[in-house]
Design a protein around this ligand. Sequence first.
Ligand code: DX5
Ligand code: ZN
Length: 534
Amino acid sequence: MDVEVIPAILVKSREELLANIEKVKPSVKTVHIDIMDNIFVPNNSIGLESLTNLPTGISYEFHWMVKDPENWISKIPGKHMHLVHVETISDWNKIEKARAPEGKIGLAINPPTPIEKLYPYINNKEIKKILFMTVNPGFSGQKYIAEVESKVQAIRAKFPELEIEVDGGINPETSERASEAGANILAASSAIFMAKSIPEAVQNIYESGIRGRNKSQSIWWEKMTADIDVPKLIAEPPKQTLLDISPSVGAKVIDITELYLLSNNIRQNIVKMLHAAKSGHPAGSMGLADVFAALYFNVLNHDPKNPNWDNRDRCILSNGHCCPGLYATLAEAGYFPKEELMTLRKLGSRLQGHPHRETLPGIENSSGPLGQGLSIAVGMALVAKREKKSWRVYCICSDGEHNEGQIWEAVLLASKFKLGNLVAIMDRNNIQIDGFTEDVLPLEPIEEKYRAFGWHVINIDGHNIQQIISACNEAKTIIDKPTMIIAHTVPGKDISFMEFITEWHGKTPGDKEATTALEDLEEKRKFYQDEEQE
Ligand code: DX5
Ligand code: ZN
């Protein structure tokens, strides 16, 4: 990622603007124009009338420090970057609509604003650039606020591909530390325009930026690997099909022991998260850990560093209350830092008691209300089929959820459209919130029911990772029917006092119980490791 220096122009007349552009044109590729409305910031700048017909041969980025950026952007045609303050966004669609078709949108954020404000946009709206204000906006010539660096660092560690710009108080000294924190674009006004030689000033800031970046590489790298923490990933060669170009396949774990150790990590983290949160659903999450490990570390084509990759397989979790298991898996795969797991169910956390599509990378559907996930999965699979996409849709659902009529509508529809690209995995653990499924509303004979509805059905031991993977592979060979994999699981699996006990559906372990649970899991871990040596 290259370091770039961009002169920031904060002026009050078109003459000054044009003069400044002329001054820097030989030294840089882009200029940054500050626009203020005296409402969002306590200062005024040039207005719209000065911004038309700007000189060509240089690209422009507009830094909108205005209350209603959409109204300004819509009047600026052309292929420019518009930096919009998160503090001013009320309706994202309006901003998207306002830009010219070739125009790009980036985000700007003030020093006191929490970085969480950025996440919904970075994760979902294809944002390529973030500008961190390193002074309070309004005036040039202020002192650089070093506290912003930790925010730059956090965003850089999570989003290594993002363009990160810093703006305010940037000079040859501060640019080194800002780049070390993770910025790669340095906007500066006074340090450039007040300098004796503009080309020299630009060069000095650039060189110091490079020094900072070289120091920083190792820091980002260490942070990133610490978060992922998946040992010995073995890449599988891309699978070629005759129909389309195969998507690039992410790193996959093919060693079965390794996969069991990953599911053990997932279980240990579920215990820790639920113990800290003091509320949540352990039994189902524990029972699904092997399915999660098999899917996310072997079966799915996905890219944790690019959660919205177009060609990814979609994995829908319909029984949203089992999200502790999904969260632990996503963190294990590198979608977000593992430390964040401990924020489960806390106010402001991205890890809510039921998953939210817009806030956490890797979550494909918001869920909680039961019985809806299969309908979402059917819709997605239908789109993929119609558009001849190679990605597949997996839907994890529970047995108790089959009490909902909506499930059966989706079952009918998937069969009608012959959705061979859809795989449902039922967590057949025989319990639901009020007791045993066969007491509450009997499902059996469930296999025959699915067959009668036109589905391909496979019964497996949901704790046998080899069987989970083989069933998913078998499903790939069935092209004219959806597949239901009935995964027979043990609720609370691997924890002595939790297995098969319905009350652990929605009760969390206290201090002593958590300790016992972790001891049980450690023992299980040793078992897998010993088995491997034999
Ligand atoms: C501040 C502006 C900055 C500013 C930078 O509101 O967004 O672009 O002009 O000026 P210096 O580099 O002098 O801090
Ligand atoms: Zn600016």
